[in-house]
Design a protein around this ligand. Structure first.
Ligand code: PEP
Length: 252
């Protein structure tokens, strides 16, 4: 039985003071909640404060991106050990906003996934099609390309540590969610791809989140899909009550 995992992607929102307020609210709302893995991914500048606030709590935390090199002359980048040093357990990798605005490719995603695993981080690897790709019947091709490219060269052992987030780009921040059937169809496909790449035993254990305008009032229906193991939440993760309710509604 896969334990649900709900992760909040705070994107480029929240100064460290605002982040502290948000995380303190989540801590008290979600105290003792153990049926779901809960993760927040603040901007880099707020991670240290959030980490302090979360000491000893049931809420994990991570970064929204990182570079793959150990260190060096890479102005503006953040190395894996810089985020593990802050106690991060997770890192979102290959979010569609990174692919769109910062030219991330399957190759850079793959390098980051490998670096994350090397440093003991759980990569949350984002995959998903754009609207024009869905409309032209290319959803499965795009998802296959993202999954195979992003996870290329991983061992079975590595693959077990990965979380995949299926995020149809047309549903991110638009208020337009995939129907539970559309989401389940792609999740099932991703699980079958993982089966071909790493074997059935591994694929049955990998957690696959759905992301795209997840809210308290639609998460239960989405989570009903047998291959849906949680959510990557953007907008609604910035609100204490909404995020806490999404977590509660995601219990199996
Ligand atoms: C996201 O940023 O990964 C996301 C799914 O955003 P939203 O929930 O706002 O659509």
């Amino acid at each position: 039985m896969r334990k649900p995992i709900i992760a909040g992607n705070w994107k480029m929102y929240k100064t460290s003071g605002e982040a502290l307020e948000l995380v303190n609210g989540l801590k008290s709302e979600l105290k003792g909640e153990s049926a779901v893995d809960i993760v927040v991914c603040p901007p880099f500048t707020a991670i240290a404060k959030v980490a302090d606030a979360l000491k000893g709590s049931n809420i994990g935390y991570g970064a929204q991106d990182m570079y793959w090199e150990e260190e060096g002359a890479f102005t503006g980048e953040v190395a894996p050990k810089m985020i593990t040093d802050l106690g991060c357990g997770y890192c979102i990798i290959g979010h569609s906003e990174r692919r769109t605005y910062f030219h991330e490719t399957n190759d850079t995603v793959n390098k980051k996934v490998k670096a994350a695993l090397k440093h003991g981080l759980t990569p949350i690897v984002c995959v998903g099609e754009r609207l024009e790709e869905r409309d032209s019947g290319k959803t499965f091709d795009v998802v296959k390309d993202h999954v195979e490219g992003g996870l290329s060269g991983l061992t079975k052992e590595d693959a077990l540590k990965v979380v995949i987030a299926y995020e149809p780009v047309w549903a991110i921040g638009t208020g337009r969610t995939a129907t539970p059937e559309q989401a389940q169809e792609v999740h099932k496909y991703i699980r079958s791809l993982l089966g071909k790449m790493f074997g059935e035993e591994v694929s049955s254990k990998v957690r696959i989140q759905y992301g795209g305008s997840v809210k308290p009032d639609n998460v239960k229906a989405i989570m009903a899909g047998p291959d849906i193991d949680g959510a990557l939440v953007g907008g609604a993760s910035l609100n204490v009550k909404d995020f806490a309710e999404i977590v509660r509604q995601s219990k199996r």
